[in-house]
Every structure is written in structure tokens, then in C-alpha cells.
Design a protein around this ligand. Sequence first.
Ligand SMILES: [Zn+2]
Length: 456
Amino acid sequence: MTRRKTGEIAFRYDRVAPEKAVKARLADSPSIATPLSITLGGVKTTYEPSRVIASLRTLAERTGGPEGSRRLAWTEEWLKARAFMKELVATLPVTVDEDEAGNLWVVLRGKSEQLLVVGSHLDSVPKGGWLDGALGVMAGIELVRALAAEGTPEVSIAVVDWADEEGARFGRSLFGSAACVGTLDIDGLKKLVDKEGGKLPEILLKHGVNVDQLDGAKARMKNVVAYVEVHIEQGPVLEKMGKGICTVSGTKGIERERLVFRGQAAHAGTMPMEMRKDTFVAASRFAIALQEIGRKHEGVTTVGHAQAWPGVVTAVAGETRITMDMRHIDKGHLEVMFREAHEAAEAAASAEGCTVEWQHIFRIPPMPFHPKLLEAARTSVREVEKHDVELPSGALHDASEMARQVPTVMIFSSSIGGLSHTKEEDTSEAHLTMAVDAFDRTCRRAITLVVNGDLR
Ligand SMILES: [Zn+2]
């Protein structure tokens, strides 16, 4: 683990000029051959990765602890994180406000109204990591700071803290970004409750968000011409490849369903094996078949939850409910996987004399990112780490929603041990530095693409 205690980094940051801190770090890591200032399209960037890392450490200090991050959306700790974000931009020539969905917008006016949006989310899962989401927001703030310091940018820039990306409290992830592109199911939202029985509409209203006015957030997309997000991978692939960063080709499509197997509950001692309608066995047959479907198509398939009734040691399970999550970057593969899962469920049910019913939970198609922005990201990754590695994202991000409407791209940093959504989540400072550096370069290339009319 290379993670330092937050106190230590604050000390270093306070007493060492940021430029020196970065140079020292760059000298430590031979893989980063990048000078502090780079010139892109005649513009010298003053972007300082060390500021991003220092902000992340301070955020972790204020809203985390030995058990991990506590920035659950729509709670005090989340508001504390947002207050810190406002502090960071307080002296910048920006406007700060919230839209109808509670997304926090920091906007730097440029020469044109065309808007490059960057960002991610400050909210975390309970006992989450210090980087998930926060990296993209802090990297975005540094971009705005650097661009403001360099003069008036060619286009306007917004850094957005999307509200409730995690969906950890009410089960609806990508809340804020979905509101902006209009993919929220408002009636469904009204029925959502948290673990304590708190109703979503009532809790959100306390934060100034009226569920009946969420549509108003769509207006924010009017001038948006591109979206760029930097995020940790949250998986082990980059680390296994020995790489620190990569371009993200898109986010995988997801099919999420609940399967209800119905048979007959019976006495565990008296019902002969050959006469049973055992739904747990049927569900198990399906789970094994689903695993093979995932492997065969190089996708991922998961049964993450199972519950059997009556759920006692002395009874055959008369009903078993399981969840299924399947993901693939290719639409065609995902469709075939979904069809094969249906066939497998039918076969599993009938083998045990049971029936199966499918209940839809969630679906999002694969979101390949924009070709021109992908090229910009690839060039940037090549400059920073000298390779062309590109991975699809297995996790959803706010970029998945943005990609529905505007040219979008993402950059990943590695994740130590592939861990995320846990307090052990971490990434080396060398890799964080490379990721935000590549993000800065990608954003500047995105601005050039917008100015040249190449993203239309
Ligand atoms: Zn995230």
C-alpha cells in the first residue's frame, strides 16, 4: 500500500511548493517521463496533479475514517463533501449552483457558450473508498482552476458533482446524470424507500429536490457539447497488465432481472427425492449454466442474491428468488447471452418440475464512447504512459448516461488489488498523477475538437 496518512500529505502539501512536490514524485517514478508543463495546441497547461491528490486527501480526512468514506448521498457527510468542493472553487471566476436534480454545477465561462462538461460524483457507498467518484470531481476542479489561470478558455467548462451516482441509499444509481438526460422513471422513484423506511421524495425535498420538477434538469444539457470523466478502474485488469492508466472504450450494457422459481414446499424427511419440485436446486442449475454463458461470450454474469422459502432446514424450498446481472460491451453478444439465459432458466426449472418467472429490474445498452474523443484519449494516454491499452468499463458511470446524448470519453487509473466500494480501495500516487495528466490532455484536445467543429 502506498497510501499515506492524510495528515502526512497535508503536511507535505502545506510546506512544499506543489510544483516541487510533483517534480519529486515524477522523479520517483521512471514510468512518467512527462514534464510538468506541456504544450498542446499552443497552450501551456498549468494543471497540477499534486493539487488533485492533496484535495482527495483532505476530502478523505473530512468525510472518511478508519471504516472508509461516509459520503452517502442525501446525508450530512455528503453535504460536507460538497461544502469542501465549494471551498475549493471559492476564489475562482466561476458560478456555482444546483440544478433541479441536485447536481452541483461549477461553471467557468469561456469565449463561447458551448459547454465541455467534466466531473463525476462525491457520493460514496457506506464504508466506501476515497477515490471512487471523488477523483473525477477533484480532477475537474483542477482543470477549471488551470484554465481560469491561463486566460479565458475557448469554450465554457463545467465541473459537475452528479447527485447520488451510487444509488446506495435508494437503489437508483446514476440519479443526477440520468435526470439531465431524461432517463429517470419518476413514478418508480416515488415508491423508493431507504433502509430506515425514509421515502425518497421526502428525503430529496429536504435537499431542495422536488421529484415532480426533475425534468427541469434537462435544460442543463442545452449547450453541452462533450463530456470527459476520469475514474478509477475498480477492477484488477490494469494492475494485472502492469499499467497505470488506459482509455475507456465505453461502458458495458447490462441486463438485470429477478427470477422466481416456483415448485412445491415439502417435508425434508418424507418427500422422496424423485418426487420433489425443489426450486433451490432449479435455481442452482441455472446459476451454473449462467456462469458458463458468461465465460463462453467473454462477458460477465452474476447471481448476486438468492432467497428460498419457507427457508427452514427441514423443508424443500417451494419458492426461490434469485437476481441475475449480465454485462457485455457488445450489443449482439449481450442479446445472445440474454436469450441463452432464458433457455437455461427454462431447462433448469423443468428438470426439477418447477416453473420460472422473469421480473425485469434494469437495463442499459452498451455505450461505446465517441470515436474522435477516443482518439483524443488514446493520444493522451500514449503521451503519458506510452501504450494504447483500451478497456471497456464493467461498472456504470455518469458517463454512461452522458454518452446517450453527447460525445463522451473516459480515462481509467489502475486500482490496487482491483478493490473498490470498500475502505481498502487505493491507487498509487504515480498512477493517479498519470490519470489526471491524461485527463487534462484529453480535455484540452476535446476543446480543440469543439472549436474546430469536429464533434458535431
Ligand atoms: Zn464511481
